[in-house]
Design a protein around this ligand. Structure first.
Ligand code: GUN
Length: 301
């Protein structure tokens, strides 16, 4: 068994983002909205800000109290949509009860949707058009490619059908010419299906659910889950994934650890998306400037 080092690959991507921002003199800024005081969200947001600092992306923090109303959040997003200094907008989920997440997310302008969560971004992915890809599944494709895993013609099974991971993951694998099966909580004979997978992506949200019985000998196993357990629940490890690592490690050919697998990739892809948004906005400003200039010349001649 070989480990896929998500931390190292994420670092490589962040360095590429940093170098491009520096060499092309791109001005990139990410607005980060955090509502309430969910401890896990605070850690994630802190890590995203650190990554911004590393890459040379300005992070603009909006930390709002739990009592904030939906209208206040959407008003803030509209302001950020219209702010030419802001390249991307990230609204950390989950939002406190009483705020409709869908409505909030849909307020984000498509050209600033660096999380790839809006219906417009999802539609672009499904139609094979240009748009922002959701960071976790895009990060998994990057992990696989940079680990030398061939995808074309492979039997891929995605466990889980969420809008953020399972569904876009299946689409991205399809785009790479893999044969894709999606399983979910109502799937029958699930082990029969997963044990035929060359590549198994596990995004079920259940701690250590997938053991060796789900895996084909030599398969590539990607664990998207992250759970905090009491130390005695998991042999002294505080964090675990959806995969029972100890059970699977000898049978899998390649496997992502938790932590240090998929998690760091999500943040690296967020940086890559923010760079893409900033570069597109630079291009569009240049175009606008050129058009205004030629318009001015025309009117003077
Ligand atoms: N909550 C958990 N993961 C994510 C993520 O990738 N983006 C946002 N905005 N919220 C999250």
């Amino acid at each position: 068994m070989r480990l896929i080092d998500g931390k190292a690959i994420a670092q490589e991507i962040k360095e590429e983002v940093r170098d491009r921002i520096a060499s092309e003199g791109i001005k990139a800024a990410l607005a980060v909205i955090l509502v309430g005081n969910d401890p896990a969200s605070q850690v994630y947001v802190g890590n995203k800000k650190k990554a911004c600092e590393f890459c040379g992306i300005r992070s603009i923090s909006h930390e709002l109290p739990a009592e904030t109303t939906e209208e206040e959040v959407t008003e803030l997003i509209r302001k950020l949509n219209n702010d030419p200094e802001v390249s991307g907008i990230l609204c950390q989920l989950p939002l406190p009860e009483g705020i409709n997440e869908k409505r909030v997310i849909e307020t984000i302008a498509p050209e600033k949707d660096v999380d790839g969560f809006t219906v417009r971004s999802a539609g672009a992915l499904f139609a094979g058009e240009e748009g922002f890809l959701p960071c976790t599944p895009a990060g998994i494709i990057e992990l696989l490619k940079r680990s030398g895993v061939e995808l074309e013609g492979k039997n891929c099974v995605v466990m889980g059908r969420s809008n953020i991971v399972g569904k876009p993951m299946a689409q991205l694998l399809l785009r790479e010419n893999a044969t894709v099966t999606v399983t979910h909580s109502r799937t029958k004979n699930i082990r029969e299906i997963t044990s035929r997978a060359d590549i198994l992506v596990v995004a079920v949200g259940k701690p250590m659910m997938v053991d060796a019985g789900y895996i084909r000998e030599g398969a590539v196993v990607i664990d998207v889950g992250i759970h905090r357990l009491n130390p005695d629940e998991n042999g002294g490890r505080k964090l675990c994934g959806d995969v029972d690592f100890e059970s699977v490690k000898e049978k899998a050919g390649l496997i992502t650890p938790v932590p240090g697998g998929v998690g760091p990739m999500t943040i690296a892809m967020l940086m890559a998306n923010t760079l893409k948004a900033a570069a597109a906005s630079c291009d569009s400003n240049r175009r606008k400037f050129r058009n205004a200039l030629s318009e001015m010349r025309r009117s003077l001649s």
